[in-house]
Ligand binder design. Structure first.
Ligand code: 3HC
Length: 709
């Protein structure tokens, strides 16, 4: 019998338990194990029905993505689940799939080949393949519409969203919810259907719909894909495959699906997104962090500052079930902060995402106050006050007198020196940077800033709290701007230079969004607040090297009061719905500035915009890597795709650089160095070295990963 499958019998039911921890992925050997267990059960005359269930915390979470990663380079040899699916569906004894945890991708596809599906109420089901740049390639696009209908199948494949068991029941994806003991319930259910006629999913054509209606659904699906996954090919391919399900007999449809799936798997998009899947999980493996470092348990959090960041962090905490004390210095600030939190929840209630009772419960978990009462009991204090070293050092001096000894002290600074903040306390080993991104209740990224004094338990706590808040915590070093903003500075600088040299903000932004950035850099600046970036720059003016070119237009905008969306005017002008449009006043300002600087404006191509903006980031990323402020190029990719709107389908800036070829990037940067000077464009030595040796950032990472293991 297979090492991945255990079989036992329960009063006429053969129970096949899949055991491939941690998520029971369909790794080599697992499909074969299920296949032979099924065949044996069919032969066994004492068996009337079968149950397939996952061992441990979940059903089957999908194909083995490691296997898919390898198959992306050799799609002809992609894993083929067809023999197993056929074996399940053709079983002459009913096969009941018992689902808990998650049934995802290939796991759901296997489940759909069963004759019945039952699930625990907390189970989640879905086809998240689009997140990996691929389509459900194990007949999922053929069986899913047969169970749930064409529009729902399209929605699930395009969005990749997971549905709870109750919704799955309503959709027809499962047949019954089992409260309590899933295995017992599944066996009872299996016995109840043991002697009934078996219905195969592939024969259930009743929900495949009519041509007219389907055409509308395909068009709506393509529209949805262009909105929620712009530039991505996989969701469109999934719709093509579902279209095949409606137009072709089952086996022909499966054949078509396999062709499309192979094409998808071999695409650069799939390779980039699979890279990110592992990169997002790799960030938890922190080089130099003791494996046995025990995180402190965080049961209550104190937050200082009820502004946008503080309020968002408070929401993230209470959403994860952690009560919060939210302090600010004036009742007015508290009222404003709490009103924003309430408005955010109300919007979510109106959209049907959060029930009113849940909102009420979460609001009641945020206790606002003007003093530090109760801060001596919290396990973590997050300072989210004004971005000023003076303010932060003062605050840390205050809170360390109040906080209990094992309370972790975090600052949400986005640019300031953590060590300088930590050193005002008598316990700098307890201090960490937790750089959340706005809106903090939504954005997945948290940069965890590891200063020189930090203790392992503090770092482990930061990683653990990020996970609890359902965020991705990436450990970064303590340099100016950490990783994300440090790369953002030259990116923003080049964007502005381009404007001073001849482009306009909307052209730069359009070139960047066409490249795939979620937002143009100037739109981002308007959203964040031009005054904010101005203040950040003021804090670091003393670091500017004399004689080196600096962008100027931003200061002009600040000086004329165009502070971005908050003033309905920045790089763009805004209507009352915050819809941006170009502003000729800005054009005039830009042209005037170019003239003042003695720059003769010229035609700028979109190609130059993308190269200068993106390559400058890559170059800075390479410097960050060699200076050790990020452990892996993949960490930088995760930071940029989860926090800065870099397109996941390009894999992040460093992965993208690998796909272009580091030699080409290096040559281009060297040209820019000649044109614009070494202070701005000197190639990073690591980039030079990798380019000259024909290597990649991925190869650089594989060495780091072998150390981190
Ligand atoms: N294949 C290989 N490894 C997987 C995996 C998979 N499908 N799913 C998870 N893992 C690994 C992770 O890499 C991680 O490994 P590590 O500990 O060495 O870093 C470990 O399992 C635990 O994963 P998480 O940290 O993500 O665990 P969580 O408990 O937070 O989440 C989960 C569990 C929700 C199942 C999440 O892992 C997940 O979403 N997995 C991917 C699901 C998926 O995309 N399935 C579809 C695959 S594609 C497919 O099936 C194609 C088909 O159409 C043929």
């Amino acid at each position: 019998m297979s090492e991945f499958v255990v079989v036992h019998h329960d009063n006429g039911v053969a129970v096949i338990t899949v055991q491939n921890p941690p998520v029971n992925a369909l790794s080599p050997g697992v499909p074969e194990g299920i296949f032979s267990a099924l065949s044996a059960a069919e032969r066994d005359t004492s068996v009337r029905a079968l149950v397939i269930i996952g061992g441990g915390k979940t059903f089957i979470a999908g194909a083995d993505i490691k296997e898919l990663e390898a198959a992306a380079r050799d799609p002809e040899n992609a894993p083929d689940l067809h023999p197993l699916l056929l074996r399940v569906e053709d079983s002459f004894k009913p096969v009941v799939m018992a689902i808990h945890g998650t049934a995802l991708g290939g796991g759901l596809e296997l489940a759909m080949a069963g004759h019945y599906r039952v699930a625990s109420p907390d189970a989640l089901l879905g086809a998240p393949e689009a997140n990996l740049g691929i389509i459900p390639g194990a007949e999922g696009t053929q069986r899913l519409p047969r169970l749930v209908g064409v529009p729902v199948a399209i929605d699930l494949c395009v969005s990749g969203r997971l549905v709870k068991a109750s919704e799955a029941l309503a959709l027809g994806l499962i047949d019954r919810l089992i409260e309590g003991d899933l295995l017992k319930g599944a066996c009872d259910f299996a016995r109840s259907v043991a002697d009934q006629m078996i219905s195969k999913t592939r024969d259930r054509n009743g929900r495949l719909g009519e041509a007219d209606e389907n055409q509308k659904a395909f068009a709506a699906g393509r529209e949805q894909a262009s909105k929620i996954r712009p530039h991505q090919t996989a969701p469109l391919f999934a719709i093509d495959a579902i279209e095949a399900a409606t137009a072709l007999p089952f086996y022909e449809g499966c054949k078509r699906e396999r062709e499309i799936a192979k094409q998808c798997l071999a695409s650069p998009q799939a390779q980039a997104m699979i890279h990110l899947f592992f990169a997002e999980r790799g960030v938890a493996k922190v080089p130099g962090l003791a494996k046995d470092a025990q995180p402190y348990l965080i049961k209550k959090v104190g937050i200082i500052g009820a502004g946008t960041m503080g309020g968002g962090i408070a929401m993230a905490c209470v959403n994860a079930g952690i009560p919060v004390l939210l302090k600010d210095t004036s009742q007015d600030a508290i009222d404003r902060g709490l009103a924003t939190v309430r408005k955010n929840y109300e919007r979510s209630v109106q959209r049907g995402r959060t029930p009113q009772v849940v909102m009420d419960q979460r609001m009641s978990m945020i206790h606002t106050q003007l003093d530090y009462a109760g801060f001596d009991e919290v396990d973590l204090i997050i300072e989210a006050a004004f971005e000023s070293m003076e303010v932060k050092r003062q605050l840390f001096g205050d809170i360390e007198k109040i906080a209990k000894p094992d309370c972790v002290l975090a600052t949400n600074t986005s640019t300031l020196d953590i060590d300088a903040i930590a050193s005002v306390t008598s316990r700098p080993e307890m201090v960490v940077g937790l750089h959340f991104f706005s809106p903090a209740n939504v954005m997945r990224l948290v940069e965890i800033v590891r200063g020189i004094y930090i203790g392992d338990r503090t770092l482990a706590t930061a990683l653990a709290i990020a996970k609890t808040l359902k965020k991705i915590g990436v450990v970064v070093g303590n340099c100016r701007g950490f990783v994300g903003n440090r790369m953002m500075f030259p990116y923003m600088r080049e964007a502005q230079f381009l404007v001073e040299e001849g482009a306009f903000p909307e052209q730069v932004d359009r070139a960047l969004t066409n490249f795939g950035m979620a937002m143009g850099i100037f739109a981002v600046d308007d959203l964040g607040g031009i005054d904010l970036l101005y203040r950040v720059r003021q804090e670091s003016r003393h670091l500017d090297k004399p004689g080196v070119r600096k962008p100027v237009v931003h200061d002009r905008l600040y000086e004329t009061g165009r502070w971005g969306q908050k003033r309905s005017a920045g790089w763009y002008k805004y209507d009352d719905k915050m819809k941006a449009s170009l502003d000729l006043v800005v054009h005039e300002l830009v042209e005037k500035t170019s003239a003042e600087l003695g720059i003769k404006r010229r035609e700028i191509t979109d190609e130059e915009i993308v190269e200068r903006c993106i390559y400058v980031m890559v170059n800075e990323g390479a410097k960050i890597l060699e200076e050790g402020y990020a452990s892996r190029a993949a960490d930088i990719d995760v930071i940029y795709t989860t926090g800065y709107g870099f397109p996941a389908w390009r894999g992040g800036p460093m992965w993208y650089a690998d796909t272009i070829g580091l030699k080409k990037i290096y040559d281009r940067i060297s040209e820019f160095e000649k044109r614009f000077g070494s202070d701005l464009w000197a190639p990073a030595p690591l980039l030079k070295q990798l380019a000259e040796s024909g290597s990649t950032f991925a190869a650089f990472d594989s060495k780091v990963m072998s150390i981190a293991k």
